[in-house]
Write a protein that binds this ligand. Sequence first.
Ligand code: DGL
Length: 259
Amino acid sequence: MNNEAIGVYDSGFGGLSVWRELYDMLPAESLTFLGDGKNCPYGGRSKAQITAFADAAVERLLSEGCKMIVVACNTATAAAIDTLRSRWTDIPIVGLEPAIKPACERSRTRRVGVLATAHSLAGDMFHRTAARYAADVEVVTAVGEGFVEIVEQGSENTPEAAEAVRRVVEPMLARGVDTIVLGCTHYPFLRRQIEEVVGDRGVEIIDSGKAVARRVADLLDRLSLRAEEGHRPQYRFLSFADEEYRSRLQAKAFDCTRH
Ligand code: DGL
């Protein structure tokens, strides 16, 4: 048993799409969320830069006593997970990968779309996963240009957001994909806009949030790290940006638990 918090980290707001699944699935667990904010977006940055940000974030969460870390960011996972795990060998560190495997299993057209940041799509992890699970599947990739900025500004429900999503998703649909993987934790906040572009074409949209929460639950059990039953959890929000950003993170987190 361990009542310390699980540390959840992202470049910004996106990791809240993972946070909300942890909140739902693990009601006794305290969660400390760190949304960098100061250095977001990470997507166009170098591996060395992202690794330095991720390293500082994990260090901060561990200084708060976290018992486990969830890197709720595909980009930071692609850039830094090996470095983080080799630095902190005694702390379980869970990363995020685009859900290519379930997408390939479900696709009937054998064409799968993957939306992610430029850094994630260029990384070894993406190529390894695609080679492993998508041997007989055509993988159509696209960067969600502008998506992270839209979510950071909280302007998901605007005509500009709808247009940005349409610009990226339409060409993917024209290539015949029947499954779209959201390979960046910011993108689930644009799910409704993506669904509107998809319409009634029978395209499935998959993100990794629930699968990660299940993986965390499993690791807590295997490592005897679960909080006591009935433990009253605490939810904390940290950022490398200013107090205004930190309090917006907190507000968005509780807002997304209501949906
Ligand atoms: N939320 C992030 C991801 O899952 C990164 C977004 C960014 O900072 O570019 O990839």
